[in-house]
Design a protein. Sequence first.
Length: 292
Amino acid sequence: MTAPPITTVKTVVDAIEHGGPGIKVFTLVDPDRWELPPFKPGAHIDLHLPGELVRTYSLCNDPGDGTRYVIAVKREAGGRGGSMALHDKIVTGDVIGVSLPRGGFDADENIRRYVFVAGGIGVTPYLSIAAYLSRIGHPDFTVHAVARDRMPLECLLAPLIEQERIVLHRTSKTGRPDIGALLGQAASGTAAGCCGPEGMILDFERATADWPGDRVHVERFVAPRLAVDLESNGLFVLARGNGLPRLIFPGFRDIRGYQAMYRDFLRSIRDGQAPEMSLERAIEDQRLMEQI
Ligand SMILES: Cc1cc2nc3c(=O)[nH]c(=O)nc-3n(C[C@H](O)[C@H](O)[C@H](O)COP(=O)(O)OP(=O)(O)OC[C@H]3O[C@@H](n4cnc5c(N)ncnc54)[C@H](O)[C@@H]3O)c2cc1C
């Protein structure tokens, strides 16, 4: 008999600290203070939150510290509730299931210089990377942290500031930095990373378009906005995009629609009841088709 796969690791919230305006720093530990599963610099974990929400957070502490997972969470008032649940409901002592850590980078001895560009809360993956590079004595790495005014997570940035490993850019005073100038030339032995708002990531991608792909890494906290607009009211999806012909196809906005329909269908057979996918909805979809 094979053991069931581990889906989550049980952790307990050991501390919650203020990380600047709208940001909380959570320290998660094993309930019995055992070591937690190891992680690579720049890795992230999924938190299983109340209400069946699963949200991903970058680990901010040194991977050499095997007893804690430290994450920093920005409260997104306009979001679907994951960060608000953490900010408003979770207290010290609560138990949270987390996934095994994923992602992160493997040290490469051929990299002589690292340069990272982070916007706002996007600095989190570079905190564990910087702690790691500092511990192994890497001679040349810089984190450019960009914020409008007050830098988030000043408490966690303090060791980097002390080591002069971080350059702070306050855009309210200096305007937006030129990302190409921060990165410099794509010299061999240089690797670069970026995490921040979509506009910053696009500038970074433009600036590194000629760099070897394995020397450039982008971390996105939200999926990029789709180039096409999708509109669906159930059975059909209408896709419009700049310069693209409009396209209509049967289906759903995303795979969850198919899954819901499949479950609806199976439930209807099992319970001998009509599926929730109603005739009215199908007629409405037909009307949508005829408008095109
Ligand atoms: C690898 C990774 C690491 C992350 N690390 C951190 C971290 O260290 N700290 C942190 O605070 N967050 C981090 N996040 C983001 C985090 O997982 C949550 O998305 C965030 O906390 C908001 O969750 P929410 O449920 O409150 O809001 P969500 O509903 O997830 O929305 C968040 C924001 O994104 C917008 N949005 C949602 N979907 C889209 C879309 N498809 N296109 C454009 N905009 C969209 C919403 O309008 C809202 O403003 C990370 C995400 C990933 C994938």
